[in-house]
Design a binder for this molecule. Sequence first.
Ligand SMILES: Cc1cc2nc3c(=O)[nH]c(=O)nc-3n(C[C@H](O)[C@H](O)[C@H](O)COP(=O)(O)OP(=O)(O)OC[C@H]3O[C@@H](n4cnc5c(N)ncnc54)[C@H](O)[C@@H]3O)c2cc1C
Length: 624
Amino acid sequence: MGNASGSSHRRVFRNYDGTEEVEPLVAYFTPVRGRMMKDPLPGMKLDTSFKNRCKDGLDATWQIASVVHHAGLNNLRVRAVGVGYSWSKMTSTRDILIDMSGLTRVITKQPQKYFEKYYLVEVQAGKVVREFVREIDIKFKLALPGMDSFMGQTVGGAVSTSSHGSGFNLQSISNSIVSLHMIIAGGIQVIIREPTAIETDMPLEHVRALVARAQFGDGPLEIISKQAFRAAQVGLGCLGIIYSVTFKCVPLFEIMEERRLTTFTWPASGDSLDFRIPRNFDSNYIGSNEFFSFFVNPFPKKCCSREGVEHVRVVYVRGRKATENDYLARPPCRDACACCCCEGCRGCTACEGCKTDCCASCYSSYVMREPSSIPGWIDNCMKMSIHKGHYVNTWYKVLQYNKGTAHVVSSEWSVALEDLEAALGDVIEMAVDYGRKHNYFNLMPLVCRLTKSDDAYLSLANKYRPDGSECERYAHIELPYFPGSYGVEEFHRALEDMLYERYQARAHWAKNRWFDARRIHDLYPGLEHWKEVYTVFNSDHTFDNQFTARCGFEDSHEEMARFPERSGHMTWRRKVGGYVIYKTDGSPAITRQPSRSFGRQSSRSSRSSRQGSQRGRPNMKTFQ
Ligand SMILES: Cc1cc2nc3c(=O)[nH]c(=O)nc-3n(C[C@H](O)[C@H](O)[C@H](O)COP(=O)(O)OP(=O)(O)OC[C@H]3O[C@@H](n4cnc5c(N)ncnc54)[C@H](O)[C@@H]3O)c2cc1C
């Protein structure tokens, strides 16, 4: 999966789980690291003056630039693809697909210091993150500040989609970059970065004029602009082709990981409004535990010691930077031997053999005969995922939970951290409802992560909320499915609709998601700024595709102000527990109590208890 097949000129590219295909009508182009002596595409004629200047052949940047230039002249569409691990048709293209997987060089020979604690490392965008972090460890003893639990994607793909890991003070990978070398419409090369304290920020008009004056064949334009940088930090592949990325790296570190099994009480009423995350739970992620995420089995089970009480099983994974003392106290098993008896090891979860498609289909066919056994089955898997002691290893070996051997399909939604409790309660309630009433179960636990907010316009964790407030921290709730599972699309969609309506949740750009230009417009207050940059860098539509059309980005070419007023019809105001949607004149349009929409009969008494519980729900903001 995530690869190409077919004859040399008619190759088909498939995404991670093979559910999406890209069949470019003109060419599947793979830039090479060395110099290319021939014209990059069949039927393409390079300008003679340009050819004379490049007598030694085209290096990788000029190969890409000439393909993009050719596309502009011939009204062709182009897209870059990394390893194709995203969903939502992001890599689709009508004409030319540029496969970046050949550009894997770490360009920096000797990292320069950047401010007090960082070092700059430039890498070509086709490098797989896992290989990049290993190489900078070996060569420079450096590390990225943090990454997600999967590192099989390319640097360019991860940055374009704002891939993130988990930690109270961690931000997505797009926030670890300081500059991008890109090829934009017309084959113009640009290097984009933010101004330093002593530099002047270029207004967008200045950037527009610079780009308009630039000629194909010129050296890279330096664009020192906050707006352009914040747009390119999460460009979704729509602003151009990223040739290389410069990261700010930190000295290498090791992490001491701890995994613990715990439970959250599921309310006897079955009403998500009564669901509480234990009060001291925040102590897991505030303070020294820089890395924290947790898994939740969304199907409650009866507690064996207390009658009438139900629990949902939770495993939390927390990690902090390891110190010398940690080694002395617990010598780590660096072989990751996957033996659950070995104290310094990670237990059964380290065993990659259990995480393949083959195993996934065996589990599925076994448990699907008796769907009601699924909650117990998930509980057992979660129990197996913990380890007794601490696990200490190099940071990227600890943060990496899977190597992509099982082709799961996943959706993820980001909500303000203060809404985590309410949103998680609603997700569990929905899962319980479908499970108990309709015998529909998913085989995998929910994954919950946290990140600090940021300024990138289209980041999932952009700090500006649709209701005009600012948010410091985000929680990301992910629901993965085994490959080939039943009802994935419908269940993901039902959750997405519910989380959007109640919590203005943002769906992960690169995962299974639905499109609605209106939703995107309402959820990202910085969208207009992003679109301004998009119309400069993608002025001739070269990078447009099915994804840009479905997101409504293409409209901005013709009419920048298609939606003149933000949330022209409605505004939200969040209300912890329930939610109210207000009209623009301030009067409430819709007031909903979350539990009612799942078909429970409401009664006077349940309504009053619901109001009571809303008052009692602790605001997660106070935990921060
Ligand atoms: C098993 C699995 C686990 C995952 N875990 C996480 C996770 O923990 N956290 C998280 O946030 N995400 C996660 N993701 C999502 C993943 O990080 C994104 O899908 C990422 O974009 C994949 O990178 P890629 O190289 O495959 O990009 P592709 O799928 O090839 O491309 C994604 C987008 O980026 C663009 N693009 C790629 N390269 C370039 C380039 N050089 N220049 C310009 N545009 C480019 C493409 O045009 C496309 O629009 C996971 C995905 C999978 C399959």
